[in-house]
Structures are given as C-alpha cells and as structure tokens.
Ligand binder design. Structure first.
Ligand SMILES: [Zn+2]
Length: 396
C-alpha cells in the first residue's frame, strides 16, 4: 500500500512540474561485455544524471532523466553487452549490470536526416571491481544530495547509509597483449609470416592453457587483426583489474643466426616515465580520496616498487620455463623502456617468443605444436607466480 501511495505521489508531481516532459520513445542497449552503449531516443533534448551503486552484489547504474518520461509504447528491444536488464521508474531507469562498468562518456546528439529524434548516448566501459567500488562510493553522496533536492526527503530515507560494495569473484586476472595488429604487421619471417598473426595465435594458445584450471580470468587486448594504441592496451589492462600483464611479441635481427626467447621488464629509464605517463593517461592509483599528499606519495612509491619487484619475480620464473620449451637468448631477462610496461600498478613483462629472422625459430613458431610448447611454459610460470602470491597472502 505504502509503495503504491509513493508511486502515485511521484507521478502526480511529474505531471504538475513537467507538463511538457520530453518523451523517450526508445531505449536501446548494444555492445559487448567490454563496451556497452545505452541510447535514449526522444522528441526533445533530455537532461541526465548517472550514479553507480551496488545492490545485493549486483553492480547497477541509476540513470535519471529529470523532466523526461518513458513513453508507454516505447521501443525497448532486449539488452546486450554488460547490461542484463533494466527497470523503468518514471524518469529514473535502473540498469543491472553483469560486470562492473563505469560511464566512459555521454553524448547529446541532435536530429539528423537519417535519425529524426534526439539521442542521449551513455557509453559504459568495463572496469575492475576496485575502481567500480571507488566510483560507487563517490556517487552515493552525490546521489543522496541529488534525490533530496529533486524529490524531497521522503525517498532519501530509502537509500542505504553505508555504500554496499561489489564483491568480485576470487580469480586472478591475466591480460595477454598480442603485439602489433592491423596496419602494423611487426616483424616478418623469410617465409612471409607476420609477427602480428603469430603472436595472436600464441596469445590465444596461452589464454586456452590458463583457462583450463579455472583459476584465472584471461583477457586478450585484441582477438583479431586490428591495431590498438599502446596506451589503450595498458588502459584496458588497468580497467580489467589485471594482476599480471604479458605483451607477446616476436623478434627480428639483422643476424639470422640469433635465436631464442627474451623476457623484458621495465628499465630504469622507463621507470622515470611512469609518473608522467600515468598522469597524462589518467591512470590513478587505488589510493583513497582524502589521503594526505605525503601519505599518498609514500603509498604510490610502495605500489610502484611492488609492481616493479613483482614484474622481475615473474620474469625470473618465466625464463627457466621458456628454456624447457625451446631456445632462449643469453641473459634472457632484460630491461627496456617499452611503453606497454609503464602502468604504475600492474606487474608487466614483454615476452619475445623467438626470432622470426631465424629459420628454426620461425619454423617452431609457425606450427601449432611449437606455439603450444611456449604457451605451456608461460602457463607454468604464471601458476608458479600466483602460487607464490597465494603463500604470501596466506601468511599475512
Ligand atoms: Zn613486436
């Protein structure tokens, strides 16, 4: 009874306040679990506010369209991507997500010759649980204030005081980054094999090996022949909450006698680029707001130092495993100033699986069996790395 009463009250308010309410004639949700797009089509431009929150461990987005209403006969096709379902409550639409996501941008589009309606576009991007929870916590206060100012105190009481957090399933997240792609073929062999396609196949083999155990969530930065900017590869890894990032490449050398795998971690020169690169790409470290500048500085240093040390630990575990699968170069753990290794908070290595300019390496990497041996070696090293982490975590 009480609920019905409140609903009547709200709809009465809407009628009085917005006699010329913009009418939403369609809500469409498209895309995939990484990038999902919500489009509201309407006869007039619409205002909006969006708030993240978690409800019974489901990540949700509350989109408020003040002064608008969804038409009774609105076109609402089935949802795709990260949105499982949504619920329309007057000018408020609550989207239930199947994975934590954040609003990456919104667009207000005016009618065109092809599309005669106004469109409000809300783009969502998948993020790590920790980033979702940080954003939801910030949104909780804004949402309370917003609701209080818009709809009076009655509804404010229904929002929980404590912000519930989204609890992620306990799996390690490994991001495999097949180098190059699209217009950038990378190195090539005498037989005309391109690095971009060999490293994609090798990365897919690593993913399959890792997924056998059920211990990891594995993402590829690309799963087809497309070019991706270096900063986007790192941003993806951070958004996915990567515990480990491996960029997979194949080498080339003027001397065709040079063969074997190499593992790179960030060099001292690269380390000096970390802060500036993180700032210019908005890669914020997971440090709580309101932490003093001095403490943030210390925490940031600790995070970067731990990331660097973990990268090296993984590289040291990876080289002996690679040696079992095929040749490795001398001093096979090396340090370089590679952009994809610059995330301040994701342990990362760049793996060169062999030399395409060497006939025997190219022959090995050109076969499924050869790539599988490398993938199994990477899988064993990843298992050992996270076994070690499990022991450390259990001890703390
Ligand atoms: Zn390469």
């Amino acid at each position: 009874m009480l609920i019905r009463h409140v609903l009547l009250l709200v709809s009465a308010c809407l009628c009085a306040a917005y006699s010329h309410a913009a009418e939403i004639s369609a809500i469409s949700v498209s895309g995939d679990a990484q990038h999902t797009r919500i489009v509201f089509s309407s006869d007039e431009p619409v205002d909006h506010e969006a708030f993240l929150f978690a409800d019974e461990n489901t990540p949700k987005i509350d989109v408020r369209l003040p002064g608008s209403r969804v038409a009774l006969d609105a076109d609402t096709p089935p949802t795709q991507g990260g949105v499982d379902s949504y619920e329309i409550r007057g000018s408020e639409i609550i989207f239930s997500l199947n994975t934590p996501m954040m609003v990456s941008r919104t667009l207000d589009l005016s009618p065109t010759s092809v599309e005669p309606r106004y469109r409000l576009v809300v783009d969502l991007v998948r993020v790590a649980p920790v980033r979702f929870n940080m954003a939801a916590e910030q949104d909780a206060e804004t949402r309370r204030t917003y609701i209080a100012s818009r709809e009076g105190q009655a509804e404010q009481a229904s929002l929980p005081e404590e912000t519930p957090a989204y609890a992620a399933p306990e799996k390690y997240v490994v991001v495999i980054d097949p180098g190059h792609g699209g217009r950038d073929p990378g190195a090539s062999s005498h037989a005309g094999q391109y690095e971009k396609s060999i490293v994609l196949k090798a990365s897919q083999a690593i993913k399959a090996v890792l997924e056998r155990s059920g211990r990891y969530t594995v993402h590829l930065t690309r799963n087809d022949d497309r070019y991706i900017e270096h900063e986007d590869r790192v941003s993806m890894a951070r958004n996915w909450g990567a515990d480990l990032f491996i960029s997979v490449h194949a080498d080339a050398a003027a001397n065709s006698g040079v063969s074997g795998a190499t593992v790179y971690t960030l060099s001292a020169r690269g380390e000096r680029r970390v802060d500036g690169t993180a700032r210019s790409n908005g890669w914020d470290l997971p440090i709580e707001d309101g932490t003093s500048q001095e403490v943030s500085g210390i925490l940031a240093d600790l995070i970067k130092r731990e990331t660097k040390s973990n990268s090296s630990i993984f590289a040291e575990m990876l080289t002996p495993e690679l040696a079992k699968a095929g040749p490795i170069v001398r001093n096979s753990h090396r340090r370089e100033n590679f952009f994809v290794l610059l995330a301040p908070d994701v342990p990362a290595v760049l793996l060169e699986i062999g030399f395409l300019t060497n006939r025997s390496d190219a022959a090995r990497l050109g076969t499924q069996a050869g790539r599988q041996r490398t993938a199994e070696a990477v899988g064993r090293a990843i298992d050992a790395y996270f076994d070690r982490r499990d022991v450390l975590y259990a001890a703390n």
